[in-house]
Design a protein around this ligand. Structure first.
Ligand code: FAD
Ligand code: SIN
Length: 531
């Protein structure tokens, strides 16, 4: 199969790009592929909303920029922060034009929420299911666009480069070029090749590397692992963001999120003794940036010997709560928790990858003809810690920027005709699925126990040794058995785990989301970890 623009991923990043590109070139083919159902994305689960300067009487670009830089703890790329904050409102207007509905107040103005690290109310939202509304609007728009084909249940195994033409490709090869991808077509169970003039990775996050995560099953860091295997550049993977308040439900994965907007509306964190502990950690209390709140909760859980703390909403206006957070109210109710009478047990869970595939300000990766945007990319916006609700914003701004750059560059690109078919090395059917599921559990255990919110040199070293073993076993399995999505995902998650640990070992300091008790101070030298 051949296409002009190949988009891997049907979340906010991939769909923003696909819609714009298809509109610009009605005579060219845009193909969007996704490994399960189109709507099954991290995007669909977003709750709090999209940050953007909307009420210019109270808010300003300068304030949003400042908040983003403070959260990023010295590592944000200021040029990129400027771009995202200033171009963001225009992108939000576009998504409203596609049909996304955001809540309004009684006067008909957009009702703007607040989350940790924001100095003003600037979060547009659709109740507590903003992502579901955005995904719906984008997919509806896509169904009205003739030259986009959407292929579900199509698992990308690897990107195709010169390596597949028999050339030696190393990290120092200057012109590594992407010609398309090999996919496992889950309808036929065959590996096929899709050749493209331009490929965009919008494959989302990697929360599934951890035992407890807010991310759905699809979030296995496939794009990041594929680029690393293709010798492209990955950066800042040590900055994994833990959301402070996932609902504590032992054994349930993914964890249900209790949006930070609940704290924005006045909810208070309390420890098992009922103490509102955040004032002991930060002057901004419950609305401090996420790294600080998650570490404070971790510390309270350790000192009080509990697996969770409480989120107290009992003092909040019940009518307003129901209006803004109907989904959370219903979920808690289904577990026998009436949030107006009982406190909600919550604990931190892996939530967002601030690092990823290194890109420039146009979404170009270190591999030619390959772009990346959304959570899989590292654009420089988030630095060492992402400001709440900046992710959907970044995905739209960079979806647009990738589109602007690639509609120009496609003029000079032809498809490469000589790409060989996939060479299957492993031929036997995987006989013991338990090998894969057990290895996945081991990986999640290692990452949660040794590479979580608080790290030490010894824990990182131990994690790396355990990962080495898992890597060797999984590569052996990959060589000898037929490729399956489960095996590929495990392999990708092990690579992601390796990149997180390696990044954490390189960083001999504590900054943003990376906290190592053997290196508590910040280094004077500001640098990204590029692998
Ligand atoms: P995704 O939406 O995750 O889409 C990834 C796509 O890639 C999927 O279609 C998937 O099938 C496809 N894919 C992946 N691998 C492959 C493969 N190998 N082959 C084929 N297809 C593949 N951010 C905010 O700004 N505000 C919020 O309020 C907010 N709330 C959140 C709440 C939750 C519970 C979670 C989990 C995240 C939240 N975030 C929020 C973060 C935000 O939702 C994500 O960062 C963002 O939606 C990512 O979008 P994306 O388009 O990059 O990827
Ligand atoms: C939330 O709603 O708390 C999540 C927001 C985000 O991850 O940006």
């Amino acid at each position: 199969m051949q296409t002009d623009f190949l988009v891997i991923g049907s979340g906010i990043a991939g769909l923003t790009y696909a819609l714009k590109t298809a509109r610009h070139y009605p005579d060219k083919q845009v193909t969007v592929i996704t490994k399960t159902q189109a709507e099954e994305t991290n995007t669909k689960y977003a709750q709090g909303g999209i940050a953007g300067v909307w009420d210019e009487a109270k808010d300003s670009y300068e304030k949003h920029i400042e908040d983003t830089l403070i959260a990023g703890d010295g590592l944000c790329n200021e040029q990129v922060v400027n771009i995202v904050v200033k171009e963001g409102p225009e992108r939000i207007r576009e998504i409203i034009e596609y049909g996304a509905r955001f809540d309004k107040d009684e006067q008909g103005a957009y009702s703007l929420g607040k989350e940790g690290g924001h100095s003003e109310n600037r979060i547009l939202h659709h109740k507590d299911v903003t992502g579901r509304e955005i995904e719906r609007a984008l997919l509806d728009e896509l169904s009205r666009t003739a030259n986009i084909s959407l292929i579900n249940h199509c698992f990308v195994v690897d990107i195709i480069t010169q390596h597949h033409l028999g050339y030696l490709v190393t990290k120092s090869t200057a012109d590594i070029t992407c010609y398309g991808v090999y996919v496992l077509n889950l309808h036929t169970n065959q590996i096929e090749k899709i050749l493209a003039r331009i490929t965009l990775l919008a494959t989302g996050g990697c929360g599934q590397a951890y035992r407890s995560t807010t991310n759905p099953r699809i979030a296995t860091g496939d794009g990041i692992a594929m680029v690393y295997r293709a010798k492209g550049r990955i950066e800042n993977m040590e900055f994994i963001q833990f959301h402070p308040t996932a609902l504590f439900e032992p054994g349930v994965s993914p964890s249900f999120l209790i949006t930070e907007a609940v704290r924005g509306d006045g909810a208070i964190l309390r420890n098992r003794n009922g103490e509102a502990f955040m004032e002991r950690y930060d002057a901004r209390k419950d609305l401090a940036p996420r790294d600080i709140v998650a570490r404070a909760i971790d510390s309270e859980m350790k000192t009080t010997g509990t697996e969770y703390v409480y989120l107290d909403c009992r003092h909040m206006d019940s009518e307003k709560f129901l209006q803004h957070f109907p989904n959370i109210y219903a979920k808690c109710k289904s577990m026998g928790i009436d949030v107006m009478e009982n406190m909600i047990p919550v604990a931190p869970a892996a939530h967002y990858s601030c690092g990823g595939i290194k890109t420039d300000e146009w979404g170009r990766t270190s591999i030619r003809h390959l772009y990346a945007c959304g959570e899989c990319a590292s654009t420089g916006l988030h630095g060492a810690n992402r400001l709440a609700s900046n992710s959907l914003l970044e995905a739209m701004v960079f979806g647009h920027r990738c589109y602007i750059n690639s509609i120009e560059s496609i003029q000079q690109i032809q498809t490469e005709p000589l790409i060989p078919d996939w060479k299957a090395t492993g031929t036997s059917e995987p006989r013991e699925m338990i090998l894969i599921t057990q290895s996945l559990k081991e990986l999640q255990q290692i990452m949660s126990d040794y590479v979580g919110i608080v790290r030490t040199d010894v824990r990182l070293e131990r994690a790396m040794k355990r990962l080495d073993l898992l890597y060797a076993e999984t590569e052996e399995l990959y060589r000898s058995t037929k490729v399956s999505p489960q095996l590929c995902e495990l392999r990708n998650l092990i690579t992601v785990g390796y990149l997180i640990v390696k990044g954490a070992q390189f960083r001999k300091e504590s900054r943003g989301l990376h906290y190592n008790t053997d290196h508590r101070d910040k280094s004077a030298i500001l640098q990204n970890t590029v692998l």
